[in-house]
Ligand binder design. Structure first.
Ligand SMILES: Cc1cc2nc3c(=O)[nH]c(=O)nc-3n(C[C@H](O)[C@H](O)[C@H](O)COP(=O)(O)O)c2cc1C
Length: 484
């Protein structure tokens, strides 16, 4: 095997004569503390020698039986990036922004089936090393595993079928300075000799009645950082940008009307998570509101909101609020303090939304208005029900949703009434027949009839929100409420 003799011996690693230096160890630990996933890159290209040094560092790592089953393809050509993005359905903007995409493969012809998944562990170690080596060389990097069809990357670079793609490491000179996400403290994850931590499963399963409020809080707090704080036009997923989705447009449009009807109102976004709704409202009505409160469950989420809005114009308008008690919903605002309130697909976290609804009503001024969007039980969420039957899937139909239930329209209207709201309008968002139109649109595009497909898409957008009977088979329901 020439690969084993010549190439490797050329680079044989000699033990250095230098004595062991504890300081170097400290420097390494400091590097670990400093490393962040980079999501914004300068346009400056990365020289090939640096890429080679990075790959060299990665190939120094241990591999099971020293099989070294890795392969790397550095993608720098924009045309190949576009192809890789399209074929892999990755929908991440870094594909276009990062100067180098290092596609990581493993060679399945060298793989042993092993209960400890050694092939995957090997590639995982490699990827971690690439990230650290990039940091050490003054570069920024991020690993992307959120790729729907990794085999598309293999196809885009023309690799043979026995190479399995393991995602991409995006590399370049960083153009951001991301804050550190929260990490679990060591005492929460380490025990000696015997497992001494609580045996309780943190995320029991998707059904909300199994979750304590503190667990929901923890879930939201950790998941929040998955895209960093720089969620703007540049770093969002390329497609499926939730903020420009029709659902979001409907929500901001209606809230805009409610805000426009008041003079300099105080507005509250309930369980605002990464602040997408707050962001939209700031965009659309920032000048017209006195305060935009973003209420959520943990100080970590509040820190995220502060970081996210720090560099945006009138950021002092936005004020994060943190729940007061660990196991009780309590919005830290006086009675009747806000005039407009939004709650976008958050009631689903609660088996009984009563306590949250009563808090929402308490902080709303008399005559104040609320817009609450919820998932509709009568929409056939086939995917979710398949998962639900297994009962062990913690994170919901979308990995970032957490505990989730759906509401029957009548039942929810009763809950609103019991909490002291009057329902003034119910709008269905994305009724069932739009799914058929979407399928037809896809089919037309495959045939190359883009004109007709565009017309189908327009029709779909116009009928996205409906107050007709179709609303009862819509995926979401938007309730407009008033506090009498
Ligand atoms: C297996 C894996 C897959 C990841 N996939 C993505 C991804 O698809 N998109 C993304 O923006 N970040 C992705 N990341 C980066 C994580 O979001 C990031 O590491 C995490 O939020 C912690 O932030 P930090 O790396 O700055 O410490 C991934 C990380 C890992 C380890």
């Amino acid at each position: 095997m020439t690969r084993g003799t010549n190439a490797m011996n050329d680079q044989a690693i000699k033990k250095t004569d230098a004595p062991e230096q504890p300081l170097a160890g400290d420097a390494f630990l400091a590097l670990l503390e400093r490393r962040r996933s980079t999501r914004m890159f300068r346009e400056q290209p990365v020289p090939p020698e640096m890429i080679e040094r990075l790959v060299r560092a990665a190939t120094l790592m241990p591999t099971s039986c020293n099989r070294q089953l890795w392969h790397f393809v550095a993608i720098t050509d924009p045309a190949v990036k576009v192809k890789a993005s399209r074929l892999s359905d990755a929908q991440q903007s870094y594909f276009y922004d990062a100067p180098v995409l290092l596609a990581v493969f493993y060679d399945t012809s060298l793989e042993t089936r092993n209960p400890c998944s050694t092939a995957q562990v090997t590639v995982g170690i490699t990827i971690g090393t690439l990230l650290l080596a990039a940091e050490a060389m003054g570069l920024g990097a991020i690993y992307l595993g959120g790729i729907r069809k990794p085999d598309g990357i293999r196809k885009a670079v023309g690799a043979p079928t026995h190479l399995k793609n393991f995602g991409l490491v995006c590399i370049g000179y960083r153009d951001d300075d991301p804050p550190a996400p929260n990490r679990r403290p060591v005492e929460h994850v380490l025990s000696y000799n015997r497992f001494t931590l609580p045996h309780e499963r943190y995320h029991a399963d998707i059904r909300p009645h199994l979750w304590k409020l503190s667990q929901v809080a923890d879930f939201r707090d950790k998941l929040l950082w998955y895209k960093g704080v720089h969620i703007d036009a540049k770093t969002l997923h390329v497609d499926s940008d939730v903020r420009s989705s029709p659902k979001f447009q409907f929500m901001t449009g209606r809230l805009g009307v409610m805000i426009g009807a008041c003079t300099r109102p105080r507005v509250l976004d309930v369980l605002s998570f990464n602040g997408d709704v707050t962001f939209q409202l700031l965009n659309a009505c920032g000048g017209q509101v006195e305060k935009l409160y973003a209420y959520d469950l943990t100080p970590g989420i509040a820190r995220y909101i502060v970081e996210r809005f720090r560099r945006l114009g009138p950021a002092e308008v936005v004020e994060p609020l943190v729940n007061v008690e660990p196991e009780t919903v309590q919005i830290p605002l006086p009675d009747g303090h806000v005039q407009v309130l939004s709650c976008y697909e958050r009631l689903e976290h609660f088996e009984d939304p009563g306590p949250l609804l009563r808090e929402m009503r308490r902080v709303l001024a008399p005559g104040g208005r609320a817009l609450v969007v919820v998932s509709n039980r009568f929409y056939p969420h086939m995917y979710r029900y398949r998962r639900m039957r297994k009962k062990d899937y913690a994170l919901g139909r979308n990995w970032n949703r957490g505990p989730e239930r759906k509401y029957e329209p009548g039942q929810l209207a009763r809950q609103f009434r019991e909490a002291g709201f009057r329902v003034t309008a119910v709008t269905g968002l994305q009724p069932l027949h739009l799914k058929l139109v979407a399928a037809a649109e896809g089919f037309l595009r495959r045939l190359g009839w883009h004109g007709l497909a565009d017309r189908a898409a327009d029709w779909r957008l116009q009928r996205y929100a409906t107050t007709s009977l179709w609303r009862y088979v819509s995926s979401s329901l938007a309730y407009e409420l008033i506090k009498d």
